[in-house]
Design a protein around this ligand. Structure first.
Ligand SMILES: Cc1ncc(COP(=O)(O)O)c(C=O)c1O
Length: 483
């Protein structure tokens, strides 16, 4: 093999220009047509691969062909940024956020630590402070950006356990100590039991506390369960409150839970992955009272701050506790930051799982600075108002029933075409409606179980949604019921 004398994979200026202009043309076309598309393209397994060249090219393919194939992939995707996409917890990406991802990828900085990505590290630490301040947690917040809420929750549980463990779990593992228990409501997101499983704490050691009729954790039962566990010589170590549950969007009573956490010396984690930005709405602020007492908070810029996936965040105050969980002082040579001042020796690997990390903060920074916090807060308030409008519309309609109070931006309801139908009949009907609606492509709802009933669920975290999209969704459901 002759030794390389010039760059092998770089392209000339004209080719670079072509890649850049064809790609941005496609992005512009997508963003300007998304509103007119079906929410979900007609699709079936294998259709995507049938639409593109599936043979791995040996000599490469022209950019026009690749962009054309990207267009087909986009056409065959579900459009989470469509104004009538209300499933799960999904938001559209802001245009500036999408280009932020491109800039980050072009720079390809590896945000492992300040030495590796000085600019990116400083910006990420600033973003963490901004997010802490925005949601009213702490304007000196520490923390890190993560792939999403699941990773943020897992890191929080790891820090909590290491902080409260009486043995050196990091060296000895979990084998020699009494089981340590976690407390969360029955409405907690699946990422909490999953994290307990991954971390070896065991899913059975996540005590699920029953909720009141509004799906909020019952604090009396929380206290009772902790007392029972203590009397059995188990070791309660953490309570997780939800600030915006995934099913119905309610906020647990944070102050009362913080009191119990303090009483039993537990780590208090708040999962605000979806709902924490709801605190930017003046009318909802009071729901979040007590958030500032948390030891750690998860929140996802890629959910209700309209930043493209992936961008989660874990906030905490006690940097030493987080560091103690992940940094053993026995690091390999390649991660030792020798000869740097404290600030310049800062490393994200001391606070989380990942070593190589994308420059996620760039798209969060650009999105927040481009619009400004007032406009972002306004978009969130509008989402909240639209969810309330949907709630009122179904409450006022003869043929609908609201199944849970609309607390933030999630509305759970069902279609009730006539009086006297049993819950079982209504469950079956509404499940069928949901399937028809999802496949139909005019609007997209997901489902939840509320007090044992099958609910159609709309989560509005979407700056493109307008009042007419809500009205149309109600009409689509009525049409689907007739099919
Ligand atoms: C309350 C809550 N926590 C955690 C998560 C997990 O977030 P991610 O999908 O970013 O891992 C979600 C996802 O919807 C959520 O709603």
């Amino acid at each position: 093999m002759p030794l390389r004398t010039q760059s092998s994979l770089d392209v000339n200026d004209a080719e670079l220009q072509q890649i850049s202009s064809e790609s941005s043309k496609l992005v512009t076309e997508y963003m300007t047509t998304i509103t007119e598309r079906q929410v979900r393209a007609e699709n079936h397994a294998g259709k995507t691969l049938a639409a593109i060249d599936t043979e791995l090219s040996s000599e490469g393919r022209p950019v026009q062909q690749l962009i054309e194939e990207c267009r087909k992939v986009m056409d065959l995707s579900r459009h989470n940024g469509h104004p009538r996409f209300f499933g799960y917890v999904a938001s559209p990406s802001t245009p500036i956020g999408a280009y932020g991802d491109l800039i980050a990828s072009a720079l390809n900085s590896n945000i492992t630590c300040w030495r590796s990505g000085a600019a990116g590290t400083e910006i990420e630490r600033m973003i963490v402070r901004w997010l802490g301040a925005l949601i009213g947690y702490d304007d000196k917040s520490k923390g890190l950006l993560t792939s999403g809420g699941s990773m943020a929750n897992m890191i929080a549980l790891m820090i909590a356990q290491r902080r409260k463990s009486l043995v050196n779990t990091s060296r000895e593992g979990l084998w020699y100590a009494a089981p340590m228990t976690i407390y969360a409501s029955e409405e907690v997101h699946m990422s909490i039991p999953k994290a307990a499983d991954i971390l070896g704490f065991g899913r059975d050691n996540v005590r699920t506390i029953a909720c009141d009729e509004r799906q909020r954790m019952r604090v009396d039962l929380l206290r009772q369960q902790i007392q029972t566990d203590v009397s059995k010589e188990l070791r309660p170590f953490c309570v997780v409150a939800s600030a915006g549950t995934t099913n119905t969007g309610v906020v647990d009573p944070l102050n009362a839970i913080a009191d119990v956490a303090a009483e039993f010396d537990l780590w208090f984690h708040v999962d605000g992955a979806y709902g924490a930005p709801g605190s930017l709405d003046a009318g909802k602020k009071s729901l979040f009272a007590g958030l500032e007492r948390a030891n750690s908070v998860s929140l996802d810029p890629h959910k209700w701050l309209y930043v493209p996936i992936d961008a989660g965040c874990l906030l905490f105050r006690n940097e030493a506790a987080a560091r103690a969980a992940f940094s053993t002082g026995e690091e390999a040579d390649y991660v030792k930051t020798l000869g740097y001042s404290d600030e310049e020796a800062f490393a994200f690997w001391d606070y989380g799982v990942e070593l190589s990390r994308r420059f996620r903060a760039l798209k969060v920074w650009l999105t927040l600075q481009y619009y400004g916090s007032r406009r972002i807060a306004q978009a969130i308030s509008e989402d909240i108002a639209l969810a309330a409008y949907l709630g009122e519309s179904v409450s006022n309609a003869e043929d609908f029933e609201l199944l849970a109070q609309v607390e933030l931006s999630i509305c759970c309801f069902r279609y009730v075409p006539r009086k006297g139908m049993s819950d079982q009949e209504l469950d079956q009907l509404n499940e069928k409606i949901m399937e028809t609606v999802q496949k139909g492509g005019r609007t997209y709802l997901s489902n939840a179980t509320v007090n044992g009933k099958f609910a159609l669920r709309a989560c509005i975290t979407n700056f493109r949604t307008t009042k007419s999209d809500i009205d149309e969704t109600i009409a689509v459901i009525r049409d689907a019921a007739k099919k």
